[in-house]
Ligand binder design. Sequence first.
Ligand code: SF4
Length: 360
Amino acid sequence: MNEIIHRSKTRPVRVGNLTIGGSNEVIIQSMTTTKTHDVEATVAEIKRLEEAGCQIVRVACPDERAANAIPEIKKRINIPLVVDIHFDYKLALKAIEGGADKIRINPGNIGRREKVEAVVKAAKERGIPIRIGVNAGSLEKRILEKYGYPTADGMVESALHHIRILEELDFHDIIVSLKASDVRLAIEAYEKAARTFDYPLHLGITESGTLFAGTVKSAAGLGAILSKGIGNTIRVSLSADPVEEVKVARELLKTFGLASNAATLISCPTCGRIEIDLISIANEIEEYIAKIKAPIKVAVLGCAVNGPGEAREADIGIAGARGEGLLFRHGKIVRKVPEETMVEELKKEVDKLAEEYFAK
Ligand code: SF4
């Protein structure tokens, strides 16, 4: 297993039964696409997200019907619930009262001081944090006038404006996001934010696109930020089923050794030496290990020429040979298995390793 890369120190902030920041964990979150007032559909989607590895879920709260649905949704799910509100402090109060574990609202957009105070007081009483969401596309007019166009300095200045409003009310359970759809702008903004304040950072590249293009764009941007030790929670935004967002986030965290609860697949690119139907086997094994909650590395290789040696970081693997498969551990072949049963054998070995991991 990879060493977890260094994370910048931030303040720990509790969200339900989880802590964002402060520790090494980077928490995966996603957002539902259903109408929040449709409790059945929203809960069903959250269950699918939970199963895929989503650790915190956010729902939009555009109106009173949505706010009224919060208590019932909260009752029926197992992961912390974040409620996303724009401007309307009454909806924020309702969401907090309804059991939200965190709200996303920009205090500078709430309006009169008494309204801000009411929201902060309610959040304090319930011990829930507030996420400030800065978006390059909706910066305050005065900031845009000052900088001429969205810049990292302008985004951090906007974040500080909202942070100060909360700090003046002695509220510090703050999480901040600085999203931009321009990858380089997002990287610069997050780097600058990490140097400027120590509140945990929620990472995101917004409006990144469809499943394929958005995955590449998110991986490039979020990967660059994560590799610098920045980021405490992550949401991949895709124009796709949100389950895909969770899958991409998990894969990204695994790449940086930041997911301690997921297995990884190593598979060869295939070439003319291939001896097995590698692509379908790799897909089958990938699907199988998605449910494994141990940091095991599993390799699937098309032949035994160099593969097992090259995949020596794998805890377990299979390499195709004529009419059979070679099972190997850490680069060393341990036994031969018939071709017809090699996938099943590999799955059994994976289960065994997972059991051993949890028995430790
Ligand atoms: Fe080719 Fe074998 Fe390497 Fe796969 S493991 S790329 S089949 S040489």
